[in-house]
Design a binder for this molecule. Structure first.
Ligand code: NAD
Length: 382
């Protein structure tokens, strides 16, 4: 069989995610290995076309990576019938209108999360994609992390017995930008530009929870802006109008209780930037981005609460690492490969726009819970 080539229009590739994760670590890595292998033994090669706002920056990227085409004209790019996929890693606020144009042009669409800024806008995208019959996908990168893959394997093997609870800790200190420059873009801290912790991270937590433990039934959340003033890329002060931390409790179908703290105003005292502790009747696990440690029922110590005596037990030392059995892979690339194979085979991608809308439903329910100070059932807002 001759090899096939798929041309991918990539918008937002000058950004943090678009450049490193999607262009360099995914599409160019696939290209440089000669494409991905198809079931019949032939290969599917990729050919990126860069789209963005600044011609000089795009030209520089194209030159650096040996990419033949780049443009600042989205409409012209979309009218190119030889390109079948549109990818979007722009800032969130720019996404919906670009995706609608791509769908209208008959492109399959893969996008960063959140797919839009609201449930309503997300549903508009779901409807447009369904009507056009395109194959839609949204980034679910956390599911492909080695630590979460180990956790999934433990769940599937029945290791935990009955799962009781999940505790997630995510976050790190994001510098304000006055003395030390911030390590995240300033739009992340402005609600009017699509920023905010809940909008950013509840989309991730929704697919992590629904794919590992059960769909979210209710949310009780408190979203706050701990740092009210920050300094932008030009060193100018601005008001942080978006939440920079969110403390959430999620009740899942099946009865598991998940509690996840997300914060850009916390200093790390963890093995990894995100960790999930899962406790079950038969065993527990703590999974991070890479590692996963476990403690079985029969290895569980019996601590006794006694504030009069210093702790002598090494609690951390009582856990065992789950070994790395698979080759370490970039999660974004792993999902890209699955998406490309789905498009090539003309079948639906598992993590579609509808999953993206469920993520936005959790965002809206979380924000409503925080604003109204109550537990919000999912689906209430529809
Ligand atoms: N999957 C993940 O783990 C993850 C992590 C971070 C961000 N994201 C998502 O990726 C997207 C991009 O985030 P990022 O951190 O790469 O942001 P970024 O600011 O680094 O990049 C934004 C990109 O959008 C482009 N853009 C288009 N219109 C713009 C405008 N009006 N103002 C500013 N930039 C504009 C920029 O040129 C740039 O290419 C967001 O939707 C974000 O939610 C996902």
């Amino acid at each position: 069989m001759p090899n096939a080539v798929v041309r991918i229009l990539m918008n937002g590739v000058t950004g943090r995610m678009g450049y490193r994760q999607h262009l360099v670590r995914s599409i160019l890595a696939i290209r440089d290995e000669g494409g991905i292998e198809l079931p019949d033994g032939s290969r599917l090669q990729v050919e990126p076309v860069l789209i963005g706002r600044r011609a000089d920056k795009l030209a520089e990227l194209a030159e650096r990576h040996g990419i033949a085409e780049h443009t600042t004209d989205l409409d012209a790019a979309l009218s190119d019938d030889t390109a079948s996929i549109y990818f979007d890693a722009q800032i969130t606020g720019e996404r919906k209108k670009a995706i609608l144009k791509a769908i209208a042009a008959g492109k399959h669409v893969f996008t960063e999360k959140p797919i839009a800024e609201s449930v309503e806008e997300g549903q508009e995208l779901v409807a447009a994609a369904a009507e056009a019959g395109i194959i839609d996908g949204v980034v679910h990168d956390k599911l492909y992390l080695p630590g979460l893959l180990k956790l999934k394997r433990l769940i599937d093997s029945g290791y935990f017995g009955r799962i009781l609870s999940v505790r997630g800790e995510f976050g790190y200190w994001v510098f304000e930008g006055d003395i030390v420059p911030a390590q995240r873009p300033s739009w992340n801290y402005r609600a009017e530009d699509g920023g905010g912790m809940v909008l950013d991270m509840f989309c991730h937590w929704n697919y992590v929870l629904e794919n590992l433990f059960g769909r979210v039934r209710t949310v009780t959340a408190k979203a706050v802006t701990h740092i009210p003033q920050r300094w932008d890329e030009q060193g100018r002060p601005y008001e942080a109008t978006a939440d920079d931390a969110a403390y959430g409790i999620f009740e899942l179908e099946g009865g598991v209780i998940a509690q996840i703290n997300s914060s850009w105003a916390v200093r790390v005292d963890r093995g990894e930037l995100v960790e999930f502790q899962v406790d079950g009747t038969h065993g527990s696990a703590v999974a991070g981005l890479f590692g996963c440690r476990v403690q079985h029922r029969m290895q569980t110590p019996k601590p006794v609460w006694n504030p009069d005596l210093p702790t002598e037990e090494d609690f951390r030392g009582q856990w065992e690492q789950v070994p790395d059995l698979d080759e370490l892979r970039n999660g974004f690339r792993a999902q890209w490969e699955q998406y490309l194979l789905d498009v090539h085979a003309g079948r639906k991608h598992a993590y579609d726009f509808a999953a993206g809308v469920r993520g936005l439903q959790l965002v809206e329910a979380g924000l409503r819970s925080s604003a109204e100070g109550r537990t919000v059932p999912l689906g209430e807002q529809e």
